[in-house]
Design a protein around this ligand. Structure first.
Ligand code: HEM
Length: 429
């Protein structure tokens, strides 16, 4: 982070020139690290690089992103290489499958991510946050990075994989998060092994017995798996228990941590949020808190990119995507693109206001990806994040030390993580 005209600029990735990219093999190339994506992508719509016989196409263009992820999604399915990685980490669950198998699982889990479950999520999140806030206030100084990861996992654990209500802080969750937090961020496959312990516990402890019948995970100990409308083998269920725990906590945990940390750095913005929270207006559409979370997701999209295999031809600027190419849509580059945003690296939540003079182009902002391969948990995530931040700012004033904050960097791995702790001092209100 740099201090500019008394405004703080949150951390950026220091990307290398295209010529200096260190891609020695496909395995190297697919790893999202600071030296693996070119800085030219922040100015260009598309960058193409040859990797052996294959063309790798990096996209930071809203129109092309819309074509690839939404309109012509059938011609740009999830990349086999992404499936391979997801499968190695999770097994045959949502992140490790493509095509009909993936769609079947999406249909089975979708009902748990909308409607009544969203209301339950908000309630559980509020209860869990209420309990956590008392603990944070006792501690005074906390690492938001750790605390929000744990809180997000406690919430997902209590709802999707649990009884549907908050029953207090589960020490197993805290243990798992402590270990995950210390784990190297780029090492996605072994990190999943840590989350698997939680899923194993879920199975062994009999917690699955408390799930509603319409939750496929209720059948996790059944050797025949889930025999509902969209059946799943036991292996698929086990993989998905890990997928839900992993994808359901890292993303929201990071967004909560960055949002609270940024509000700690910008007291005027925090005061606006507090006023909304006190009037119970923070969840309304167009609320300033929603603008803050959107701006946080723009600067720090937890999933920085997604990969698709091209099955047909497409023109992007002066480049042609050919069948067989690997297409990487970079959300980080789209969100920080020099031609798409004014002051792209600055924290300016009001750019998401309805009355903003420069309205956000919807496909220039895709933190949840989109289309038939996009995030399944978007509504759950919003319910959880608004409930947690509402509770936090109802009871505390968050203070982030700008000098300390200046030392925080970014660490790209499976997600974009903070490098170092996101420390804040919490004061009772
Ligand atoms: C701030 C919160 C979140 C963000 C920014 C986010 C973002 C994303 C992104 C970028 C993808 C990849 C989509 C693609 O490859 O095109 C994804 C996939 C997924 N997300 Fe989320 N997510 C969030 C929260 C959640 C939550 C709370 C859940 C569930 C409890 C969830 C469940 C999933 C699942 C299951 C997938 C895999 C879908 C598939 O492969 O078919 N996400 N998410």
């Amino acid at each position: 982070m740099t201090i500019s005209q008394n405004r703080f600029l949150p951390p950026v990735l220091s990307l290398p020139d295209l010529d200096a990219l260190e891609w020695k093999s496909m395995a190297e190339m697919i790893r999202f690290r600071e030296n693996s994506r070119p800085k030219e992508l922040l100015d260009e719509q598309v960058i193409v690089k040859q990797m052996g016989k294959r063309q790798i196409v990096l996209i930071a263009d809203p129109v092309a992103a819309e074509e690839i992820l939404f309109r012509r999604a059938d011609q740009f399915p999830k990349a086999a290489i992404q499936k391979k990685l997801g499968h190695a980490a999770f097994g045959p669950g949502l992140s490790g499958t493509v095509g009909a198998q993936n769609q079947r699982q999406r249909h089975a889990f979708k009902p748990l991510m909308v409607g009544e479950q969203v209301r339950i999520m908000a309630e559980v999140a509020k209860e869990a946050a209420d309990a956590a806030v008392s603990r944070y206030l006792k501690a005074g100084r906390i690492d938001l990075g750790y605390e929000m990861a744990e809180l997000a996992m406690q919430i997902i654990w209590a709802t999707l994989l649990g009884p549907g209500r908050y029953e207090g802080r589960d020490p197993i969750v805290a243990e798992v998060i402590t270990e995950l937090y210390a784990h190297p961020k780029g090492d996605f496959i072994s990190a999943t092994g840590i989350v698997r312990r939680l899923a194993d516990h879920f199975e062994e402890s009999g917690r699955w017995k408390r799930l509603a019948d319409d939750n496929p995970l209720a059948a996790i100990t059944n050797p025949d798996g889930w025999t509902g409308k969209h059946p799943m083998s036991q292996e698929e269920l086990r993989a998905n228990a890990v997928v839900m725990a992993a994808s359901g906590h890292v993303t929201t945990g990071l967004t909560l941590a960055w949002s609270a940390w940024l509000l700690g750095l910008f007291p005027d913005d925090q005061r606006r949020v507090v006023q909304e929270v006190d009037n119970d207006e923070h969840q309304e559409s167009g609320s300033f808190l929603r603008q803050v979370v959107n701006e946080t997701l723009r600067l720090f999209p937890p999933g920085a990119e997604t990969m698709r295999d091209a099955l047909s031809t497409m023109q992007v600027a002066d480049q042609t995507i050919n069948p067989g190419d690997l297409v990487i849509v970079s959300f980080y580059a789209l969100h920080r693109h020099h031609r798409l945003w004014q002051n792209p690296d600055a924290f300016q939540p009001q750019r998401f206001a309805a009355e903003s003079p420069e309205p956000v182009m919807p496909t220039a902002f895709l933190p949840f990806s989109g289309g038939p391969g996009g995030c399944l948990g978007e509504r759950l995530a919003w319910a959880e994040m608004l409930a947690v931040l509402g509770t936090l700012f109802r009871h505390t004033r968050v203070e982030t030390d700008p000098v300390e904050a200046d030392k925080v960097g970014l660490c790209p791995g499976t997600c974009i993580y903070p490098e170092g702790a996101l420390r804040a001092q919490l004061h009772p209100r």
